[in-house]
Write a protein that binds this ligand. Structure first.
Ligand code: C2E
Ligand code: MG
Ligand code: MG
Ligand code: MG
Length: 291
C-alpha cells in the first residue's frame, strides 16, 4: 500500500503538467480548423524609414480569434503550430495573404510597400520550401523585392543547409532579415555564411537604451557592426520618443513600434496612411527641433 501513495508535491506537479498539456492539446485541436474556419488573420505594423520619413514597409503578424477563447497570442499558438506541423499550411497561408495584401494596397493607389513575413524553421526546412515561396510570388504577381523574409538565430542549428536555402531565396530576389537579433545565444559566425540584408534589433535592447549603459552599448555595437557589414537595421519595439531620438542620432535606418503604430488591419493601414506620415513628420520634427 505504501508504494502506491504518491507524495503530495509530486501529485501537484503531475496534475499541473497534465493540465497544461491538456490545454495545449485542446488548442492544437482547434488550430487544425482555424484556417478553414477563417479564424486567422493578419495585422500589419508600419516601419518608418528614418532617412526619408516615409513608411516604406510593414511587418505582417498573424492573429487568431478563437470562437470561444477569444484572442490568442501568436507567442502561444505559433509554437503549437510549429510542434504539430500545422505551421506548414498556416505559414503558406500567411505568406500568400501578406503578398496579396501588398498587391491590394498597390491597386488602391498606395506607394510601393514592402512586407516582412516571419518564417518558422519548419517552413524553411520543408521539402521544396524555395519553390513554394517562388510559387507564392508568381501566383500573387508580387515583385520579389517587396518581400522580406524574417528568420531567427534559432535557425543556425544547421548552418550548411540553411546557407544553401537562403542563397536560393536570395536568387529569387527577396531580402532576408534576422529577427530578434542578439537574443539567440548563437555564435555570430553565421553572419559570414548567410546572405543577410537586415538585422532587427530586439525590443529588449532598445527598451532601456536611455537608462541602462549595457543595453546602450549593445545597440551601439549592433549599429556599428551592421554598418561595417553593410546591413540595414530595423529597431523594434520603439515606444518612447527618447528611444527614437537616440536611434535617429545613431543613424539607425528604420524603426518599428507602438510610438508610430501598433499592428493594424490592412484597411486601417490604408485609411491612416496619410495620417501616419503626418504623425511621423511631427515626431521627427520635434526631435530635430529639440537639438
Ligand atoms: P516578432 O516577429 O519579433 O514581432 C514583433 C512583436 O513585437 C509583435 O508581437 C509586435 O506586436 C510586438 N511589438 C511591436 N512593437 C512593439 C512595441 O512598441 N512594444 C511592445 N511591447 N511590443 C511591440 P506579436 O504580434 O505578439 O508577435 C509575437 C511573435 O510571434 C513575433 O515576434 C513572432 O516571433 C511570432 N509571430 C507573429 N506572427 C507570426 C507569423 O506570421 N509567423 C511566424 N512564424 N511567427 C509569427
Ligand atoms: Mg518579426
Ligand atoms: Mg522581433
Ligand atoms: Mg520573435
Amino acid at each position: 500500500h505504501e508504494a502506491q501513495k504518491t507524495p503530495t508535491r509530486l501529485r501537484f506537479y503531475e496534475s499541473s503538467i497534465s493540465k497544461e498539456t491538456t490545454e495545449r492539446l485542446l488548442l492544437e485541436n482547434d488550430l487544425h480548423d482555424a484556417l478553414a474556419n477563417q479564424e486567422l488573420f493578419l495585422e500589419y505594423q508600419p516601419q518608418l524609414d528614418l532617412r526619408t520619413g516615409q513608411i516604406k514597409s510593414v511587418e505582417a503578424l498573424v492573429r487568431w480569434q478563437h470562437p470561444k477563447k477569444g484572442w490568442i497570442s501568436p507567442g502561444v499558438f505559433i509554437p503549437i503550430a510549429e510542434e504539430s506541423g500545422l505551421i506548414i499550411p498556416i505559414g503558406q497561408w500567411i505568406l500568400e495573404t501578406a503578398c496579396q495584401q501588398v498587391k491590394r494596397w498597390e491597386a488602391a493607389g498606395l506607394p510601393p510597400i514592402k512586407v516582412a513575413v516571419n518564417l518558422s524553421l519548419g517552413q524553411l526546412f520543408q521539402q521544396n520550401s524555395v519553390e513554394i515561396i517562388q510559387n507564392v510570388l508568381e501566383k500573387t504577381q508580387l515583385k520579389p523585392k517587396y518581400l522580406q523574409l524574417e528568420i531567427t538565430e534559432s535557425m543556425t542549428i544547421n548552418i550548411d543547409h540553411m546557407t544553401t536555402i537562403l542563397h536560393k531565396l536570395k536568387a529569387l530576389g527577396v531580402t532576408i532579415a534576422v529577427d530578434d537579433f542578439g537574443t539567440g545565444y548563437s555564435s555570430l559566425s553565421y553572419l559570414k555564411d548567410f546572405p543577410i540584408d537586415c538585422l532587427k534589433i530586439d525590443r529588449s535592447f532598445v527598451q532601456k537604451i536611455q537608462s541602462n549603459s549595457t543595453d546602450k552599448a549593445l545597440v551601439d555595437m549592433i549599429l556599428s557592426m551592421a554598418k561595417h557589414l553593410q546591413l540595414k537595421v530595423v529597431a523594434e519595439g520603439i515606444e518612447e520618443i527618447e528611444q527614437l531620438s537616440y536611434l535617429v542620432a545613431s543613424q539607425c535606418d528604420t524603426i518599428q513600434g507602438f510610438l508610430l503604430s501598433k499592428p493594424v488591419s490592412p484597411r486601417t493601414f490604408q485609411e491612416n496612411y496619410v495620417t501616419l506620415h503626418n504623425d511621423a513628420k511631427y515626431i521627427l520634427d520635434s526631435i530635430s527641433a529639440s537639438k
